[in-house]
Design a protein around this ligand. Structure first.
Ligand SMILES: C[S@@+](CC[C@H](N)C(=O)[O-])C[C@H]1O[C@@H](n2cnc3c(N)ncnc32)[C@H](O)[C@@H]1O
Length: 211
């Protein structure tokens, strides 16, 4: 039985190198690790900080017969996780995601980080560049009219400042994502004029581009 993934999880999956050593942090249902196993991955660590999600993960691993290739671990972020080629951190807030990366002990240029923040993606982008990481590409996934961005990142060691526009758009050029970010900027603009100015600038550019 093939693991069924929604568009968000499929987009994340599309960025993972199944032949490498993989970690899925905050795995919950462990659907991604189980699908990766079905695609031939043999070395997957699926972690979670809480017991309930780990129980769900164990059920999935058993259901799909992935016990030999998917190892479950209870830990905070990457604490105690051995070096990996691809690390997935999906479905968590931007701050938690950034904090987990900041504490990673095996950041290196070969490592791929596949990130899907649920909130505060602008904060995550800022922290990524402060930590010496870069975003290689971003893709949008829309599920039940909710718009998510998925980032493929790596460590370069070059720490950089980011401007407000990059923090909000990153490398995502998708129209649905642009609309979502403009709405967020308008909301945040009620207390900070800088955000409102960027929202208006982006709207003008959209109009000029005829979208
Ligand atoms: C909303 S679920 C996301 C599940 C899955 N990754 C996805 O994208 O569908 C978030 C999961 O992250 C776990 N989590 C939150 N903070 C964590 C941390 N610091 N380390 C590991 N897991 C964490 C939660 O227990 C929860 O199971």
């Amino acid at each position: 039985m093939t693991v069924r993934l929604d568009r968000r999880l499929k987009t994340i999956l599309g960025m993972v190198r199944a032949q490498g050593r993989i970690a899925d942090i905050g795995t919950d249902h462990a659907l991604l690790p189980c699908r990766l196993f079905q695609l031939g991955a043999t070395d997957i660590i699926a972690t979670d900080i809480a017991d309930g999600p780990l129980e769900r993960a164990a059920q999935s691993v058993k259901l799909y017969g992935a016990e030999k290739c998917v190892k479950l671990m209870k830990c905070d972020g990457l604490d105690g996780v051995p070096p990996r080629d691809d690390v997935i951190i999906a479905g968590m807030g931007g701050e938690t995601t950034a904090d987990i990366i900041a504490r990673c002990e095996f950041l290196n240029p070969e490592l791929h980080l596949i990130l899907q923040p649920m909130t505060r993606d602008y904060f995550l982008r800022q922290r990524l560049y402060e930590l010496g990481c870069e975003i290689m590409r971003e893709e949008t996934a829309v599920v039940s009219r909710k718009v998510y961005t998925v980032m493929l990142c790596r460590y370069t060691g070059e720490k950089k400042e980011t401007d407000l526009r990059f923090r909000f758009l990153g490398k995502n050029t998708d129209e649905a994502y642009l609309r979502k970010q403009i709405n967020t900027l308008h909301k945040m603009g009620r207390s900070n004029k800088e955000y409102e100015l960027l929202a208006r600038e982006l709207e003008q550019e959209r109009t000029a581009a005829g979208s």
